[in-house]
Design a protein around this ligand. Structure first.
Ligand code: AMP
Ligand code: MG
Length: 418
């Protein structure tokens, strides 16, 4: 694990490290431990939860050879090179199994209906002429034509969904198709959330001069809820050392993870740092990125702690880029961080950036085979509208000049929050 020492010969406080965004994410992922606890939930409640064990199919799907078409089921050996005339000996609809097929006859059959014993092919109705009760087939027929074989999709005993998978809507449908009424999922991660800042006021209250509304509480709660966490909302904490310490201890008692916003910079009103140090251990990171330079990680007593910056865009982006990977590992998910997509960045970067930038962009798909990234015009870390306007973030790497139209990494918010 890199400590970041190599790129900052200047710090003398070992708790305060200068990290790249990749190192910060890697370090958090390494520090996370899967929860392990599992519970059974009904199909109707399993959306978004993480499978605690592989799901094995109890059935063959389909359960029997069946017709892929409306038509006539027959024995291919009864049809010669030039075709055949076969009396229709029975009618088989979906859900109503027929009798074994008498040799030299065919069965009227409908899509999904089980093949009668002995039949090995279906000729679709458009290709068959009826002469009274006799089907007239004008060509040779291959064995297996228009038949969906038993277990074609899923064989009994096969692993259909792996442990660590977050359940998506189509997976709920797959589980239902196998007749599975409930699944074992990882217990919800309990995340205690607290916000700092005496200038912060709850929506619904009047604003006094110098005050602003608490947005982080709502952005972060919504993000955590979307990740199927159970949020223990400890609300707003007064900007004093004692109040911060009390709130952190309360959080440590009630949660698997503590997330805070604000109070991790170096200002006199930033008490999170001192309070975490007093009750546990703290690493304060200056991440070489924009937005969101200060990021704290540590423990309060034995409970892991992530301290996000206070600026609303920084808090959201750092939760997406660093908090979510940690949470995914704790939830036992197999993928901690989504792979990036690629997009073109029209502007040249002439002077290498000191800090990597996560630019809020929209993708323009019309222009090229690779989409073109268009930035929101105001990229300040307090400009929350940028996160609403944008579809995701484009990563401009630090430390290198880039020609115009370079191909860079992009993550949609949909994937970052998935
Ligand atoms: P801090 O990290 O505490 O210095 O906060 C940095 C900036 O983020 C300040 O301008 C704060 O007013 C703002 N901020 C902190 N917490 C919140 C919050 N919960 N909602 C909105 N803005 C916040
Ligand atoms: Mg503050």
């Amino acid at each position: 694990m890199s400590t970041g020492h190599s790129d900052c010969g200047c710090f003398n406080n070992p708790a305060e490290q200068m990290l790249s965004a990749d190192e910060a994410r890697r370090t958090l992922i390494e520090m996370a431990h899967p929860l392990g606890d599992a519970e059974a939930v009904a199909l109707s409640d399993c959306l978004g939860r993480v499978l605690a064990a592989d799901v094995v199919s109890p059935l063959d799907v389909p359960g029997h050879d069946n017709s892929a078409m409306d038509g006539y089921a027959l024995r291919s050996a009864d049809v010669g090179e030039g075709g055949a005339r076969l009396p229709v000996s029975q009618r088989i609809a979906a859900g109503h199994p027929g009798d074994p097929l008498a040799a030299g006859t065919c069965a009227r059959i409908f899509t999904g209906a089980p093949m009668p014993g002995g039949a090995d092919a279906v000729v679709m109705q458009e290709e068959v002429e009826l002469d009274g009760e006799v089907a007239v087939i004008g060509r040779a027929v291959r064995a297996g034509e228009n038949v969906r074989p038993r277990a074609n999709d899923i064989a009994r005993g096969a692993v259909v969904l792996q442990a660590g998978t977050r359940i998506r809507p189509q997976m709920v449908g797959l589980l239902a198709s196998l007749g599975i009424p409930e699944v074992m999922v990882v217990r919800r991660l309990r995340v205690a959330l607290l916000n700092t800042g005496d200038e912060i006021v709850e929506p619904g209250e009047p604003l006094a001069p110098g005050q602003i509304y608490n947005s982080n509480r709502y952005t972060l709660t919504a993000t955590l809820q979307q990740a199927s966490c159970e949020v223990v909302d400890l609300g707003q904490v007064e900007d004093t050392f004692e109040a911060t310490r009390e709130a952190l201890l309360e959080a440590a008692r009630s949660a698997d993870l503590i997330v805070t916003s604000g109070g991790v910079s170096v200002g006199e009103e930033d008490h999170i740092k001192a309070a975490v140090q007093a009750e546990g251990e703290l690493s304060l990171w200056r991440v070489r990125m924009k937005p969101g330079k200060p990021l704290a990680y540590g423990k309060v007593r034995e409970t892991p702690f992530i301290g996000l910056p206070g600026n609303p865009v920084s808090a959201f982006i750092t939760l997406c880029l660093f908090g979510m990977p940690y949470i995914r590992v704790a939830q036992g998910r197999s993928e901690a961080f989504p792979l990036p997509q690629r997009a073109r960045w029209p502007k040249a970067v002439e002077r290498p950036l000191k800090r990597r930038e996560f630019v809020r962009v929209r993708l323009d798909h019309a222009a090229d085979d690779l989409p073109l990234a268009e930035p929101f015009p105001r990229q300040g870390s307090d400009v929350l509208t940028s996160t609403v306007w944008a579809d995701g973030v484009l990563e401009i790497p630090e430390g290198m000049a880039l020609p115009g139209n370079s191909i860079l990494n992009y993550w949609s918010f949909g994937e970052l929050l998935a």
